[in-house]
Ligand binder design. Structure first.
Ligand code: NDP
Length: 238
């Protein structure tokens, strides 16, 4: 039975990953920030355990990881998925907005990957999967902080893959395009339709379609895939 930690697993893409790993018989612990109802319902449905924490704070996130390790008795796979979006022109993006986005989307990936990798190196095995974004590759208008955070996740993934590859650990990034989750509920039907016109697949993606790639990268089938940033975007990012 594999031991899996997923940050931001209460809703959306992370929740789809919790469901998928749990359905494969893995032991899963996930982190969430606010939504107790969603987290409790997911635990009930899957048998996974939830830890409430704010991963934008290093101390909180590391404490949560240590609790997860106690519950799991070790760690084989970590999915670094927690993230928030912020749509605003740069002149309307405060220092606080910037720090909140960078700390949630990028710094949490840094310190959770650091803590996880020190365990994985000892047993010469591990899978680290980060969740970036199409905007970390292309840059989005009016999403400077978000795009910068996800470009950072991209760079971190590639660098860490080179560092940890000799230790039997793979580090890969999934880069979703427009996925049907609460993150996009700020977009009205007209905005969504006009974005879908630009996507070769002609539609939004589903959370489970991203979770399938995460699960593949965590599997033995992906043992020779390392340092890759792979789009799940219906061809939008090409
Ligand atoms: P959702 O908003 O649906 O879910 C986000 C999850 O992350 C929630 O469980 C939330 O907890 C948790 N979370 C957010 N902030 C924190 C925090 N500080 N500490 C702990 N947990 C936190 O997002 P998505 O599923 O859409 O996004 C998942 C990832 O995919 C993100 O990194 C996002 O940037 C990326 N992505 C998403 C795209 C999309 O179109 N949806 C496109 C490209 C990338 P709670 O439930 O308690 O609020």
């Amino acid at each position: 039975m594999r031991r899996v930690v997923i940050s931001g697993g209460g809703r959306g893409i992370g929740a789809a990953a919790v469901e998928l790993f749990s359905s494969m018989g893995d032991k899963v612990v996930f982190f969430y920030k606010n939504d107790d109802d969603a987290a409790n319902a997911l635990c009930h449905k899957t048998g996974a355990a939830a830890i409430k924490t704010d991963v934008s704070c290093a101390e909180n996130g590391i404490n949560a990881l240590n609790k997860a390790l106690e519950l799991l008795g070790g760690l084989d796979i970590i999915v670094l998925n927690a993230g928030i979006a912020h749509i605003a022109q740069i002149c309307d993006t405060s220092n606080g907005d910037w720090h909140n986005i960078i700390n949630t989307n990028l710094s949490s990936v840094f310190y959770l990957a650091r803590e996880a990798s020190s365990l994985m190196v000892k047993k010469h095995f591990g899978r680290i999967i980060t969740v970036g974004s199409i905007w970390g590759k292309c840059g989005a208008s009016c999403e400077v902080a978000y795009s910068a955070s996800k470009a950072g996740v991209r760079g971190l993934t590639m660098a860490l893959a080179k560092e940890l590859g000799p230790s039997g650990i793979t580090v890969n990034c999934v880069e979703p395009g427009l996925i049907f989750t609460d993150m996009n509920k700020c977009l009205d039907d007209e905005a969504l339709a006009s974005i879908c016109d630009e996507i070769p697949a002609g539609r939004m993606g589903e959370a489970h379609e991203v979770a399938e790639l995460i699960a593949f990268l965590a599997s033995d089938k992906a043992s020779y895939i390392n340092g890759q940033c792979i789009g799940v975007d219906g061809g939008w990012g090409v």
